[in-house]
Design a protein around this ligand. Structure first.
Ligand SMILES: NC(=O)c1ccc[n+]([C@@H]2O[C@H](COP(=O)([O-])OP(=O)(O)OC[C@H]3O[C@@H](n4cnc5c(N)ncnc54)[C@H](O)[C@@H]3O)[C@@H](O)[C@H]2O)c1
Length: 313
């Protein structure tokens, strides 16, 4: 299986990769689109003519972003809708309110390396937000995705996935000390495994799902990490191929999501991991590039789906 290559690279923007793409008549959801990478993802999809729903926790913030996107793109088919991924009744309400086909689902919302916190179900918060909430949303919208005849799902992962596989024996850190970066890594591996299994299960429905690493972008989520200068320098140094392109703008960070959601080069392609607008090769230890073998493992992908269904049952 050869890697997918495209004419785009680390400095390409969402506008670059969507140039010439016509999304008139297509409907898209971008989760967590009230800030950061999600805003620029939504803007590029709207620019290309899609109807875009910003699925957000703060309707005020979401509507301000929607108004700004309408003003900058001239596409009035952009609106905010309430969704809180850790509040399952809110996910159910969002799904129930959805009618008609859904062509593009960008599972972008996420929290990063947060302090030890558990949901009322006792689930570790990053796993619950980044994976389980999106699992409930996507499986809930399955019928709408089928109705689109060729729907695409984009799952925002991270190079952080190389920090940890899904530790099935102790997903919620009941028997090991909590580590915010291991918990983030586990949840971001789950995002890749989800794309692998969704593509396998739903191939006959014309649905494909892929995972992306957006790159390092100085968003609110990253600011909350309070990384030291030393940690940043260390991470930067691991990007051996192009250290000068380490930090991306939000518009550059959105490029890989938009490419994977819209490019004709990816017709029928699912279950893969992309970064810098290219499909990534295997992860090389000590770098921030590539995909870990465990994240593409078919057996772990199947197991994660079953565990997720059981947790949400
Ligand atoms: N910025 C980076 O350097 C970087 C690197 C790798 C991966 N990522 C991934 O990119 C995605 C976007 O992150 P960002 O950098 O734009 O950060 P961000 O903090 O600006 O955006 C994340 C959004 O998710 C929303 N969100 C969080 N919890 C939610 C919940 N329970 N329900 C609904 N929405 C919720 C937040 O409100 C926020 O708007 C995340 O999945 C993140 O893991 C970012």
């Amino acid at each position: 299986m050869s890697l997918i290559t495209t004419p785009f690279g680390p400095t390409s923007t969402a506008a670059n990769v969507s140039q010439g793409i016509d999304l008139q008549g297509r409907r898209a959801i971008v989760t967590g689109a009230a800030s950061g990478i999600g805003v620029e993802t939504a803007r590029a999809l709207a620019s290309a003519g899609a109807e875009v729903i910003l699925a957000v926790r703060s309707l005020d913030a979401g509507q301000r972003v929607a108004d700004n996107i309408i003003a900058t793109t001239g596409n009035s088919n952009v609106r905010a809708a309430y969704l809180n991924l850790t509040d399952l009744p809110s996910v159910v309400a969002f799904v129930s309110a959805w009618t008609g086909p859904l062509h593009l689902l960008i599972n972008n919302a996420g929290i990063m390396a947060t302090p030890e916190t558990y949901t009322k179900q006792g689930w570790e918060l990053q796993f619950a937000t980044n994976h389980l909430g999106h699992f409930a949303l996507t499986t809930g919208l399955h019928r709408a995705l089928v109705a689109a005849h060729g729907a695409r799902i984009v799952s925002l992962s991270s190079a952080g996935h190389t920090r940890s596989p899904v530790v099935f024996d102790d997903i919620h850190f009941r028997h090991r000390p909590y580590d915010p970066f291991l918990a983030y890594g586990q949840s971001k591996t789950a995002n890749v495994l989800f794309a692998v299994e969704a593509s396998r299960r739903w191939e006959q429905d014309g649905i494909t799902a892929n995972a992306v690493m957006p790159g390092a972008v100085r968003t609110e989520g990253v600011a909350n990490l309070r990384l030291t200068a030393e940690q940043i320098a260390q991470a930067q140094a691991t990007r051996a191929s192009a250290p000068d392109t380490f930090w991306k703008t939000p518009a550059q960070g959105a490029a890989t999501s938009v490419l994977v959601a819209t490019s004709p080069l990816l017709n029928g392609i699912g279950g893969r991991y992309f970064e810098d607008s290219q499909e990534a090769g295997p992860h090389v230890s000590g770098t921030m590039s590539g995909v870990a073998a465990y994240a593409l493992d078919l057996e772990q992908a199947r197991l994660l789906w079953e565990v997720s269904q059981q947790l949400l049952a």
